[in-house]
Each structure stands twice: as C-alpha cells, then as structure tokens.
Design a protein around this ligand. Sequence first.
Ligand code: FNR
Length: 330
Amino acid sequence: MNPVLAELHEKARAVLDPVHYDFFAGGAGDEVVLAENEAAFRRLALLPRVLRGEENGPEFPVLISPTAFHKLAHPDGELATARAAGTVLVSSMASTVPIADVVAAATGPVWFQLYLQPDPEVTEELIRRAERAGCAALVVTVDSPVFGRHRRDLAHGFHDLPAGLAAENMRDLPGTPGLRRIEMAPFTWADIDRVRDLTSLPVWLKGVLHPDDAVLAVEHGVAGIFVSNHGGRQLDVVPAALDALPAVVDAVGGRIPVVLDGGVRSGADIALALALGASAAGIGRPVLWGLAADGEAGVRKVLDALRDEFEHVLALCGGQLSRDMVVVRC
Ligand code: FNR
C-alpha cells in the first residue's frame, strides 16, 4: 500500500466515530471479498520492458468512485472531495451535499451515480437534476437489487444518518415532500434502455462482473462499464474485482472503456489494472480516509500520492503496460 494512503487511513481510524469508521471500512458477510480485492493485486507481478527510451504513457488514469455520506467523514463533505478531485468524480446519489453544489465546487468533471428507483418519475427527476447540475455522465449501479448485509453496521445498529445530515439529492422528489429513502429494486435491460432514451448523457454501468453482461452492456449502447464488486459490500462470494477484469475486457473487445474499482491502494495497483486492460482505476475508501483525516487537503494528498507513484511505476515499466507483462507470482 502507498505509505501516504496507509498513514491517512490510520489517522482516519483515529479521528472517526468507530461506528462511522466501520460503515466506511466494512464489507458484506464475512468480508472475504473485501480482503480479496486487495489481495488479488499481491498475487500478480509485472514484467517491465527495457530499452524503450521515453515513451508517453497514459495520463493519470484514476477516478473517484462513488461513496455515500461524505459529511460523516468531514463537515465539508462532498464539497471538499469535489474541490480536491481534479479528475472525474463520480458523485454518489447518496451524497450529503446536493449534486448541483458538488458540481459547482468541482475541479474536474462530475458524473452522477444513480440507483434506479422503483418509481420511474423519481428516477427521471434524479436524472434531470444531474443534467441541470452539469454532470457529464450517468453511472447506473447495477449490483444492488437489494441492500448488502454489512455485519458491522448491524452490530452497531447503524441504519440512519445522524440528525442534521441527509441524502440531499432525495429531497422533494415527485410524490414525496421532504426526504425520500433510497430504495433498491431489481431492474432489467429494458430499464437501462429507458434511461438511455431519457437522456443524452453517456450512460455507464457500475457493478458488472460477468462477461456476458459486459457484452449485453455494449449491445444496449452503454458508454462504459465499471468492473466492480462494490468494494466487497454486496455479494460476499464474488471474485476480487481485479480477477474478474480480464474476461470482461476480452468480452468487450475494446468497444467501450472498462474501469476497474476495488482494492486499488498504490501506483502499482493502478498499473496492474491498466496492464490487464482497464482504461482507468476507481478509488473508493482511500478518498474517504483522506477526507476524514484532513478534509480537502487529505483527498488531494491521496490523489497526489497515487499520481506520483503511478508515474514512477510506469517509468520503471518502460512507459508501457500490456497484458503480456502480467504474470502470476509463484
Ligand atoms: C461505496 N460504494 C458505492 N457505490 C455506489 O455505486 N454508490 C454508492 O453510494 C456507494 N457507496 C459506498 C459507500 C462506502 C462507504 C463504500 C466503501 C463504497 C462502492 C464504491 O463506489 C466502490 O465500488 C468501492 O468503494 C471500490 O472499492 P475500494 O476502493 O473502496 O476498495
């Protein structure tokens, strides 16, 4: 793990209310997948290429994956994250700052993460809010037909935000004055088609693991996909996100970009994801640790440390990352 990230994680653990720390840190079930997401990177190695002079590698290929409730980490919440971002920020529908304010504060493009809601009018209004705010894409999270079971939260009895905090995008939606709860429900590809018909924004899917679903995503005109297991917070029997990546990349065959999230904690992790065919890596918890430890400056430290380390790894790899360079450790 990058040492800056490790230090910020320790600081976050020390300053956060333990209930909120566990909400951020925890996973579903026995937390097998949570641990595997990080362990999968340790099982792989890179064979660098040599004598290639100075090759231009990819731009800093990191985006901020959507995580809920940033005001639990820091009073400035998503505003601090947005100010520090400087890269794509995928803002959670469950943000504690309204999406318009997140976009106004952002130093890079903002994409809106959406959970489709059972009432189509509510889903449509959320999409309109994202459009009016100036979001550049929609990211529909499809791995959550029901809520994951987080034993740490159940043990603490944590199910609601403290008084004064709310999922601000859920205010005053059709049919519900005041706050509306985010609901999970099973949806179909026809619902994705409907979203695409409703908006001219690019529509990404987040939470695809099966290569056949990746093919369907391409066929349904999706702009890109996140190979993600929700940071180990949904089904605790799936592969590590990194292990699911190559088959999805092969199925997509370069037709749309594939982002990998889950367990990315260093420049080398980013390099491995790219070598296996990801266009970019998404980071979830490290941003929360930076935010809790040091607000906007902490998020910036996370991104700067990853950028610096990734560039160093890339230089040592000869400026190039490809799948033939990835080997399994003995
Ligand atoms: C998440 N994640 C998530 N995903 C999503 O689509 N909408 C959301 O609101 C949230 N909320 C959320 C809260 C917290 C506390 C965590 C840790 C995660 C999942 C997130 O986008 C991403 O997939 C993982 O966090 C990536 O794994 P790492 O980087 O945390 O290991």
